[in-house]
Design a protein around this ligand. Structure first.
Ligand code: G6P
Length: 476
């Protein structure tokens, strides 16, 4: 196996920048991903040697790690599949994701019994594997940027192995308020917080999530929080809080959304929509995205405001996510069912009220963005929600944004959106009506301001900001 040489900047995330598929003849095809971290890292420049430590997620990835990746800047960890599944599905995506997005139905879930303890032990093992790989690959005094809830124990474990490193942790999710966070078994709740406090800096997408993290550290660990200085002191060590609101990549989106593959999908959608108005939503089908209530709100709009019959189309793209979890499969089934009910109830031979797609197609998403009169972003809770930031940049129609006050994007975009309580479907239906009837000039002016706010901190600047903060702390 090729092990990467010591690097001065290291990234750690569950999902890495590359994945492999096994072809029928047994050969491996690599696919490079995009996303904020990839463009962020490239902004640092080639002169800095980097290593990205990530997990092998598929059979193809595992085969590639066994054969030796020919990319020295990526180190994929071949974690035992059972350990990985318990850590990823059981702890990261069920337990921690559910806590931070307030998803539990508390009379029945969660149940913290012996299978949970097995999952937790796997999560510890998985975080230890990352800490060990980072420790092995880091040059003296290197900077390490650890990403997200999959790796909340890694900063402390890594510090124990390598006290010389500068360590940052970044949470891409919301953070639960203390009363809800206390659902976790006491030792687990403490370990997650203490794990992140092993970092020199803990970064969040909004002030609200950073504040909730500080509240949990105070309430659960008894840590000392200085809210003006944005520091948390625990067991004699101080961790700084950072707020870095990731924005959309405006240049990339504007260029990408005018390529021929997007144009051809736009033509297909246009034909279906005709001269009607559109309400567009694009999500991964995650329990936090609130797609079903969005459909109920749209149905309520058609029911209570018949002037919209045959005058509007709801374009809803609900892409597959985490189908290993039964809750996600059931949720996808209810999205399909409610969309079908609406089409059965209101559709005519020439009008399909809901156009729903559940297969992933980025070019088609961009085409829908271009066609958006209204974008519906109504999550129960969301770390940021980049769709809210992307649609205003791409739309050809100067769209209005209906935005949940529980999305991180609300902090920056709330002022120019039609804001909703995501649980209130009647209010959401009214918000859709307000957005659909907003005067053209007001809509255009708001959309311009939304696009500007959305691109204030594109991925490369977002990444550099965190990197520089860590480097400056050390100098200062
Ligand atoms: C969402 C969250 C991210 C997280 C990602 C993982 O996008 O906002 O915080 O890293 O899911 O998704 P995955 O498909 O790897 O489970």
């Amino acid at each position: 196996m090729v092990t990467a040489s010591p690097a001065s900047i290291l990234l750690a995330s569950n999902r890495g920048p590359i994945s492999f598929t096994v072809e029928d003849d047994g050969t491996l095809t690599p696919r490079r991903g995009g996303g904020g971290l990839v463009s962020g890292l490239s902004a640092i420049g080639d002169e800095v040697d980097s290593v990205w430590v990530c997990a092998a997620l598929s059979e193809g990835d595992r085969a590639a790690t066994r054969q030796g990746l020919d990319d020295p800047s990526v180190r994929m960890l071949d974690i035992d599949p059972g350990t990985f599944a318990r850590a990823y599905n059981g702890i990261a995506n069920s337990t921690l994701w559910f806590v931070h997005h307030l998803i539990y139905n508390t009379p029945t879930t969660p149940v913290f019994g012996s299978s949970f303890r097995r999952e937790w032990a796997s999560y510890e093992a998985y975080n230890t594997a990352f800490a060990e790989a980072l420790a092995e690959n880091a040059a003296p005094g290197a900077t390490v940027l650890v990403q997200d809830y999959h790796l909340s124990l890694t900063p402390r474990l890594l510090r124990e192995l390598r006290p010389d490193l500068r360590i940052g942790h970044f949470s891409h999710t919301p953070w639960a308020p203390p009363d809800y966070y206390r659902l976790l078994p006491d030792d687990v709740g403490r370990d997650v917080l203490a794990g992140i406090l092993g970092a020199d800096r803990a970064g969040f997408l909004t002030r609200r999530w950073a504040g909730a993290f500080a509240d949990c550290c105070e309430a659960v660990l008894g840590a000392e929080v200085d809210r003006d200085a944005l520091t948390i002191t625990y067991k004699g060590r101080t961790t700084r809080l950072g707020v870095h609101p990731l924005g959309a990549d405006g240049d990339f989106l504007r260029e990408r959304s005018h390529r021929p593959d997007v144009d051809s999908r736009l033509a297909t959608l246009r034909e279906a929509v005709g001269d009607r108005k559109t309400v567009v939503r694009v999500d991964r089908t995650e329990l936090s995205k609130n797609i079903v209530r969005g459909l109920h709100a749209y149905r309520h709009l058609l029911r209570t405001r018949p002037e919209w019959l045959d005058r509007v189309v709801h374009i809803a793209f609900a892409y597959p996510s985490r189908h290993d979890l039964p809750e996600y499969r059931e949720y996808t089934a209810s999205v399909l069912r409610v969309a079908q009910e609406i089409n059965d109830e209101y559709g005519t031979p020439t009008w399909q009220p809901v156009i729903l797609h559940v297969d992933d197609d980025f070019a088609r998403s961009l085409a829908a963005y271009r066609l958006a009169d209204v974008a519906l972003v109504n999550p129960i809770r969301d770390g940021m929600n980049l769709v809210a930031k992307e649609v205003p940049v791409v739309t050809d129609r100067g769209c209005a944004l209906v935005l949940s006050r529980e999305a991180g994007a609300y902090e920056e975009l709330g002022a120019d959106s039609v804001v909703v309580n995501p649980y209130d479907i009647i209010a959401t239906a009214e918000a859709l009506h307000t957005a659909l009837t907003m005067p053209e000039d007001e809509r255009a002016a708001r959309c311009l301001r939304l696009a500007e706010a959305s691109t204030a901190l594109p991925p490369s600047a977002w990444f550099l900001e965190q990197y520089q903060a860590l480097t400056e702390d050390q100098r200062g």
